[in-house]
Design a protein around this ligand. Structure first.
Ligand SMILES: Nc1nc2c(ncn2[C@@H]2O[C@H](COP(=O)(O)OP(=O)(O)OP(=O)(O)O)[C@@H](O)[C@H]2O)c(=O)[nH]1
Ligand SMILES: [Mg+2]
Length: 475
């Protein structure tokens, strides 16, 4: 059944090659399969005529944005489902077009039949993100709000959720609009200065324009600097586990993940390669995502393969924001650990000291380790899980501090936006250093163009299509 349904979707898609630029009426299921209710969305100039036929009813009988219970029927007038229909009269709809949502019973059979009927009545299968694409094209959503919807759906932690909701409420759009308007004004003033340079008219001087430009540059530099945090919010903060063989690194890694991911054994040198996983930990402000690496135990080895693994451990530690150093609670061998640690560039404040095997360590062993270390590590037992929850909380809160997201602060999360800001900054720096009004104005024009992916309005349709193509179908 699922296969037939997919085949029907493919046929509907293949029959229309004009892609996002075709204004034909589109339809798609916009709820995951297997639920109690299945939602079908139809949008476009024929959405109402198709829905009239699907329900054997007249649009005059419908009330805008009012749910009504109707039978969905096939071309042969046979009943397919007892459904709820919600009509949206364009432009007061998500897409800005006439749109109808059907709430069907969550049966794959019903969904397939209703979709087939919809296609046979003239709609085509919506492309991924095509409803949002049309909403942007029809001015119902800004590009950044459409992106925010996708990010909201994909959010895996509280910071990503907060960021997407702020973006959806228009914070990024407002900031970028402000920048755009300021640049347009500066270009205009610059060009007035060029046109009337030989006349005795009061024009804004180049130094005064540059002073205003400094404000734009400052905001763009902040945006550029925010990308690192923005990316870590969605991709996870890199953190690696570091220590000598048999210290209990993989056991701790598994305990944090709550699954048996890395191989654990009492043979020193068990972990050879870096094992990476995504990990969500709950801190005071909610969940934070990490990209955590379990690494090979550090020692001088004659084994070539093991040495490659150790090189990788050091590299992973060097690339991490935090290092979780796992000491064997019974046999910490701090001197060796410190020797390896010296090979990694790491700020002391980004180290979390963990002492393993707390279930076996007696009071004397604990105080010996703490005296040698000069601080109290987080004692954990990966066998009883004692201390693991506390360690997870400490790591999560360190992550929260690293993200340091202020309410309503705009953080860049997309590579193309970061690149746009970088390019615009290059042009604006040239403008700032120029002594020529013509060059100044031309650089500002370039910067406006460079900011296209952020501003959205200047993007050609094929680029817009590319942005929406990684949305899901029905969005
Ligand atoms: N009792 C007890 N045993 C532990 C604990 N953590 C690890 N072990 C044991 O210590 C041995 C080594 O554990 P691993 O987690 O494989 O150590 P590792 O640091 O990953 O070792 P390498 O991969 O060789 O670098 C295994 O026999 C584990 O069962 C713990 O908290 N309590
Ligand atoms: Mg290991």
């Amino acid at each position: 059944m699922q296969q037939e349904w997919q085949a029907a979707s493919k046929t509907a898609r293949a029959s229309d090659t004009a892609g996002y630029l075709s204004t034909k009426t589109i339809a798609a299921l916009c709820s995951p399969s297997g639920g109690a209710i299945c939602i079908l969305r139809i949008s476009g100039s024929e959405a109402f005529s198709i829905s009239e036929k699907l329900t054997a009813s007249q649009r005059e009988e419908w009330q805008e944005r009012k749910a009504q219970r109707l039978w969905v029927v096939g071309r042969d007038q046979k009943r397919i489902d007892d459904a709820v229909m919600l009509p949206y009269f364009g432009p007061r709809s998500f897409t800005g077009e006439d749109s109808v949502e059907f709430f069907l019973h969550g049966s794959p059979m019903v969904a397939q039949k209703v979709l087939e009927e919809t296609f046979s009545l003239g709609a085509r299968m919506a492309l991924p993100g095509e409803f949002s694409f049309r909403a942007v094209k029809n001015g119902k959503l800004t590009l950044s709000q459409a992106e925010a919807i996708k990010e909201l759906v994909q959010a895996e932690n509280d910071f990503a959720l907060e960021l997407s909701l702020e973006k959806l409420s228009g914070t990024q759009h407002k900031l970028v609009e402000g920048l755009k308007n300021e640049l347009i004004q500066l270009v205009t003033l610059g060009e007035v200065g060029i046109d009337f340079s030989d006349q005795d008219i009061d024009v804004v001087s180049l130094p005064a324009l540059k002073q205003r430009l400094a404000g734009v540059i400052k905001i763009l530099l902040n945006l550029q600097g925010s990308f690192d945090r923005g990316k870590k919010i969605s991709d996870g903060i890199p953190v690696s586990i570091f220590g000598l063989p048999n210290a209990g690194k993989s056991s701790f890694f598994n305990a944090l993940l709550g699954e048996d991911r890395s191989i654990v054994s009492d043979i020193a040198g068990t972990t050879r390669d870096v094992v990476r996983e995504r990990l969500n930990l709950k801190g005071a402000r909610g969940y934070v995502s990490f990209k955590i690496s379990d690494t090979a135990g550090l020692r001088k080895s004659v084994d070539q393969i093991e040495n490659i693994g150790i090189e990788r451990s050091l590299k992973a530690a060097g690339e991490s924001d935090f290092i979780l150093i796992v000491l064997d609670g019974l046999k910490p061998e701090l001197e060796s650990v410190r020797k390896f640690l010296a090979q990694v560039e790491v700020d002391q404040k980004n180290i979390v000291w963990i002492a393993s095997k707390s279930d076996l360590a007696d009071a004397a062993q604990r105080s010996k380790l703490e005296n040698e270390l000069g601080l109290k590590p987080l004692w954990v037992s990966s066998v009883t899980t004692d201390g693991v929850h506390q360690a997870a909380l400490v790591i999560a809160e360190a992550g929260e501090r690293a993200l340091d997201k202020k309410p309503n602060e705009v953080l860049l999360t997309r590579m193309e936006h970061f690149q746009a800001v970088e390019l615009a900054l290059q042009s604006l720096m040239t403008a700032r250093d120029s002594e020529d009004l013509v060059l100044f104005a031309s650089c500002l024009r370039h910067a406006l163009n460079d900011l296209g992916p952020l501003i959205g309005e200047t993007l050609p349709d094929d680029v817009l299509g590319k942005i929406f193509s990684d949305f899901c179908i029905g969005k």
